[in-house]
Design a protein around this ligand. Structure first.
Ligand code: ADE
Length: 223
């Protein structure tokens, strides 16, 4: 899989994409991640990529031409399955969408900034508009990092068996059950006996019950 991220703030993505699981996926050849600095497509020597909005109002809008030129150049080199735009007014990202996206070949993620992008880019190029939640970030870069991380870790082979994505929260429509490690007792709190029993069927049943209970209490909307 190849993910191209178009951004005016590439430095914001350096950290999240160069560590941990995403880095491992890239190093092992499961994913390629490329950053395009939108300022390389600026209209003038001042690096202009945004302008005031027609009709007045606070906040700058990313202009059509730099974005269109950046996307056209990428599309001239390969075809893309989706062009995702990160925006608070998009569909809210979830595990099901991450699963679907992890099966795709090439993706572009276009990061919004300031007041957003000219609507005509959304009309002409964007195939999916994604929000990571009902709050507003300064730009779409952190959203792009979150979307990329949640997709890349699902590419078959990226996670080892012991980190399998199948037992993650949301994969079976439930939150994950509580987990414990050594010591067996900490400040008077004991690891549930069943987890020490070695009885796999009972452990599986307990985990399922706990997952249902936790989901009922915290996220009944998922049930
Ligand atoms: N850009 C600003 N806020 C955002 C959000 N909540 N999700 C995705 N992109 C954003």
């Amino acid at each position: 899989m190849r993910i191209d991220i178009i951004t005016v703030q590439p430095a914001l993505l350096d950290g999240p994409l160069n560590h941990s699981m995403v880095k491992r996926a890239v190093d092992k050849g499961f994913a390629e991640i490329h950053l395009t600095n939108l300022r390389d497509y600026a209209l003038n020597k001042y690096g202009q990529v945004d302008d005031y909005q027609f009709g007045g109002g606070a906040g700058m809008v990313l202009m059509c031409e730099p974005i269109a030129n950046a996307i056209d150049e990428l599309k001239a080199q390969r075809s893309y399955d989706e062009i995702i735009y990160t925006t608070p007014d998009g569909d809210v990202w979830n595990q099901q969408q991450a699963n679907q996206m992890s099966l795709k070949g090439n993706l572009i993620i276009l990061c919004g900034h300031y007041k957003g992008i000219d609507q005509r880019i959304r009309d002409l190029y964007v195939t999916k508009e994604i929000s990571i939640g009902d709050f507003v970030l300064t730009g779409g870069e952190l959203a792009a990092a979150i979307i990329t991380d949640s997709i890349v870790r699902l590419i078959p082979g990226v996670l080892g068996n012991e980190e399998s994505a199948l037992s993650d929260s949301f994969q079976d429509g439930l939150l994950a059950p509580p987990v414990y490690t050594r010591p067996k007792e900490f400040r008077g709190l004991h690891v549930p006996e069943v987890l020490l029993s070695g009885h796999n069927k009972n452990i599986e049943n307990w985990r399922h019950e706990q997952a249902e209970l936790r989901t009922q209490l915290r996220r009944p909307d998922l049930l």
